[in-house]
Write a protein of this length. Structure first.
Length: 315
């Protein structure tokens, strides 16, 4: 028998190695052992998860079986008491209403089939239709917002839109009315518009149409004038319906005249329309603003241009 000499490695002193072995052999053995251990732990986890799944399935099956075997029927309860248990109320004589004497007024409204009698309603600035009052003063203008409603539509089960419809007057003084399309409202009040719509609807669409046109809001701005040139702030100025705006007021709203403005040669340019010449008006703002001669000022209209020129300096 051959006796091997005891050999050690420099990296692992005191550990005897078999012939031809070095540290690489030990490293391969350690790595292999580690991989085997990892596979063992993964297999153990799979088995544990499988056991939990089987346990949960078994518990669910037992619960289902228990619920199926339980009687959950409700006891029958009578929906109405027996007739014998309902007490009979004694009949009482209703007091009679005395008839009004001849010539005495009465508040009882009499309604017959196909006719209705309503008491007259006194109004000064509005006209009453049922429980609604129609404005009879303001003539509708572009930008006004009105409400439109046909009272007979409330009793129509096929009509989903039973509430009032908000309409806005367009720039061409028209509103888009259901069934009728675009309708002109220029120069008309809510009362006049309601009467016209009632006649048009009863002509082709309704046997009787009670039209309610309410005024929601009034557009305050009639148009704009534009200021440019030697002023502190150039831009547009709103012209309201209920108040006149002059060229001097428009300049003051834009911050006033600049130091180099020619106050005596302020121009107001007004376009009369297609195919017509422009109208140019010269205003002496020195007389208007400094001397207070407001009768020389010009009342603006929507679309007017105010041009403030600069002074001509002679050296």
């Amino acid at each position: 028998m051959k006796i091997y000499e005891r050999k050690t490695h420099a990296c692992m002193p005191g550990i005897a190695l078999p012939p031809g072995w070095d540290w690489r052999h030990w490293l391969r053995i350690c790595l292999r052992f580690q991989s085997v251990y990892i596979e063992y732990m993964e297999m153990k986890g799979r088995l544990l998860r499988l056991a939990l799944i089987i346990f949960a399935a078994t518990a669910t099956a037992e619960a289902t079986t228990t619920n199926d075997s339980t009687d959950l029927s409700w006891p029958s309860v009578p929906l109405s008491p027996p007739a014998a248990s309902i007490p009979t109320l004694p009949s009482a004589d209703l007091p009679s209403v005395p008839a009004p004497a001849s010539g005495e007024p009465t508040n009882i409204a009499t309604h017959s089939a196909g006719s209705t009698e309503n008491s007259p309603t006194n109004s000064t600035n509005s006209t009453a239709v049922g429980n609604y009052s129609l404005d009879d003063n303001h003539q509708l203008e572009p930008g006004d917002n009105i409400s439109f409603q046909i009272l007979e539509d409330k009793n129509d089960p096929l009509n989903d839109n039973k509430g009032p419809l908000n309409l806005t007057v367009t720039d061409s003084s028209e509103v888009d009315v259901p069934y009728l399309g675009r309708v002109s409202v220029a120069g008309k009040t809510c009362k006049e518009l309601a009467a016209n719509l009632k006649a048009a609807l009863e002509k082709d669409y309704y046997y009787q149409a009670t039209v309610i046109v309410g005024l929601n809001s009034i557009n305050q701005v009639r148009g704009q004038a534009f200021v440019s040139g030697m002023v502190h702030a150039q831009g547009s100025v709103d012209i309201l319906f209920n108040r006149d705006l002059t060229a001097g007021e428009a300049i003051l709203r834009m911050g006033g005249l600049d130091d180099f403005a020619d106050e005596k040669q302020v121009k107001v340019i007004r376009n009369r329309g297609a195919g017509t010449n422009e109208e140019i008006m010269v205003v002496n703002m020195e007389d208007v603003l400094d001397k207070g001669e407001i009768d020389k000022d010009v009342v603006l209209q929507p679309g007017d241009f105010i041009i403030v020129p600069a002074k001509v300096l002679n050296f």
